[in-house]
Design a protein around this ligand. Structure first.
Ligand SMILES: [Zn+2]
Length: 162
């Protein structure tokens, strides 16, 4: 069950492998088009971004601005903001999607399933009872851009209220 849940994030790996030497997080931060890049929120040390290849509706990531591979490389204030943004994400997801649970986790290193292994990030995935029953492993391929944009808009609207 666990393996099945986390394996779709290897989609990221496929992407990063294609674009060697580039970091999609750093590129997204550097650009001034958050909506197009699905950046929901920019904090002082970290930001929230929707996953382009979501495992589930609302699958997002909390990412430090710093391009480092491990939480061990981050200063205490950055670590604290990461968790505060995880909390903010939970609040937004609860309001927008009423999930019944969450998976929150970090895949550190390619062997652990990290797609973008040079830039550590925390996955937040809302869960509903039975969602694995109807979602095939490659469900991400069926998520159309319009749906992702809708999710972005809904979450963006709620973000200011939490
Ligand atoms: Zn980076």
């Amino acid at each position: 069950m666990t393996e099945r849940l986390w394996s779709p994030w290897r989609m990221e790996y496929i992407l990063s492998d294609k674009e060697k030497g580039r970091c999609i997080f750093c590129e997204a931060i550097a650009q001034d088009r958050d909506e197009k890049n699905l950046i929901l929120y920019r904090g002082k040390h970290a930001f929230i971004i929707l996953n382009l290849y979501p495992y589930n509706n609302g699958h997002l990531m909390v990412v430090p601005y710093e391009h480092v591979p491990s939480t061990e490389d981050l200063a205490p204030e950055v670590l604290m903001e990461l968790m505060l943004l995880v909390n903010k994400s939970l609040q937004v997801l609860r309001k927008v999607m009423s999930p019944q649970g969450f998976n929150i986790g970090i895949n550190m290193g390619a062997s652990a399933g990290a797609g973008i292994e040079d830039h550590v990030h925390i996955h937040v995935v809302p869960r509903w009872t039975g969602d694995t029953n109807f979602m095939p492993v490659l469900a991400a391929t069926r998520v159309v851009p319009e749906l992702l944009e809708q999710t972005y808009a809904k979450m963006q609207a709620v973000l200011t209220t939490v």
